[in-house]
Design a protein around this ligand. Structure first.
Ligand code: AMP
Length: 405
């Protein structure tokens, strides 16, 4: 078994990782785990982006396609036949790029493994009603809600909350499994969904913000700055990270996230999506994984969310504070790749290599928003290379890029 849990002398250089990871005396009590092979559940772009960061640390990573139970390339060049026993004997840490894991025997066995990280979070956050119950228990602000078993429960909740957002308790994402309801359109919800729904009061928020943070086994946390997110039809279209984030709001976000991570004894990256209201932040949704609204960090900071997840998993020190540049992230949805994007200055193109489908996240563009000049250039050079919808979104994103107040 290639599992090495190293207790390092704080003054030793960690040769395998390079001298920039030499521990300082602050980290004397750490049990570093640097050679543990990692298995990522899922076959999507988040796992690939995690693997790309792991490669920088020389960490062995494989990915597991949960529908075919095939092992996919991460950073290792292993090509042998998938062997279930390997999951339990070889990988020191098993993490996931998605929260909705299929209900299979293999997943049940993985969930019993001591190497499956964040079992508590995956038990308490996955079902929306469990998640909302946890938020209420921890007295963390969230939209008023109820479980919906029958039309009568929905109608009685609707009596006090004239506009509702009804959501499936599991599996809904990117606007799927969600219904906007007012008194006249209760019947839009399919009858077979009752019993698997929650209703939330519709919040008239000022803006949507999210915060991404990481926690390691020592309980040390690091946080990214708040990102402001713009959705269309329930799908994230672009995120903006500004320089002048309201420090009080930032502390509020960090406090919400750290109380969740601490309560769940969490390791790795977690994301919290919030509504900003007149009374402060209100949690919309919690994701026990790296998150689309954190993709800006690949360009905007040296401590991107994928690196933080890997470091936290391996119980390596996390940065005490995270410096960043103002950045925009534009999702590329349901469109084809255009190689000319690569010639645009101040942008970083990420393409996921997936087959084209309407509404599918195909890639994203990170844009350096650190200067007026960069934003101006990007608008001028990139906009003509985008389809009408993305062109408009880019225009909106750049024009709305004003200081947060
Ligand atoms: P979700 O699937 O919960 O992340 O919701 C997707 C998007 O729908 C959110 O980002 C919001 O734009 C919107 N939304 C969800 N819940 C509510 C709510 N209770 N009130 C207002 N808008 C909501």
């Amino acid at each position: 078994m290639l599992f090495a849990k190293l207790k390092l002398n704080p003054y030793l250089n960690i040769q395998i990782l390079g001298s920039d990871l030499v521990p300082t005396s602050d980290y004397q009590d750490y049990d570093y785990i640097i050679m543990t092979p990692i298995l990522i559940l899922g076959h999507g772009q988040l796992g690939l982006m995690l693997a790309a960061e792991a490669a920088k640390f020389g960490i062995e990573v494989d990915r597991l396609d949960l529908s075919s139970a095939e092992r996919l390339v991460g950073t290792s060049c292993r090509r042998d036949k998938f062997d279930e026993q390997l999951i339990f004997s070889h990988y020191g840490k098993i993490t996931a790029e998605l929260e909705h894991l299929p209900d299979t025997d293999l997943i049940h066995r993985i969930k019993q493994s001591p190497n499956w990280i964040n079992a508590q979070a995956f038990t308490q956050l996955i079902d929306r009603s469990d998640q909302k119950t946890l938020l209420d228990k921890l007295t963390l602000p969230t939209a008023p809600w109820c479980s919906v078993d029958t039309v009568a429960t929905l109608e009685s909740f609707n009596a006090n909350h004239p506009e509702l957002v009804v959501k499936t308790t599991r599996g809904g994402y990117d606007g799927r499994g969600q219904w906007r309801v007012n008194k006249n359109i209760l019947e839009t919800i399919p009858a077979d969904q009752f019993g698997k729904l929650i209703a939330e009061s519709k919040i008239n928020f000022i803006r949507e913000l999210s915060i991404v943070g990481a926690r390691n086994e020592q309980g040390q946390c690091s946080f990214h700055p708040l990102a402001e997110n713009t959705h269309k039809d329930g799908i994230l279209r672009y995120s903006a990270v500004r320089e002048d984030i309201d420090p009080e709001l930032q502390i509020e976000g960090e406090t919400l996230l750290s109380s969740l991570m601490t309560h769940l004894n969490y390791t790795g990256v977690m994301a919290v999506e919030c509504f900003q209201t007149d009374d402060g932040l209100m949690i919309n949704e919690v994701a026990p994984r790296v998150h689309n609204s954190g993709h800006w960090s690949q360009l905007g900071t040296v401590h991107n969310q994928f690196a933080l997840h890997m470091r936290a998993l391996l119980n390596l020190p996390l940065p005490k504070s995270i410096e960043f540049r103002p950045t925009l992230m534009l999702n590329l949805i349901g469109c084809d790749f255009n190689p000319d994007w690569l010639s645009v200055n101040h942008v970083q193109i990420h393409w996921y290599g997936k087959s084209l489908r309407d509404g599918r996240k195909m890639g994203h563009i990170n844009i350096d928003a650190g200067s007026e000049r960069a934003l101006h250039d990007v608008k001028k050079q990139l906009a003509p290379l985008l389809d009408t919808e993305h062109k408009q979104l880019l225009k909106d994103a750049v024009e709305n890029f004003q200081p947060c107040t």
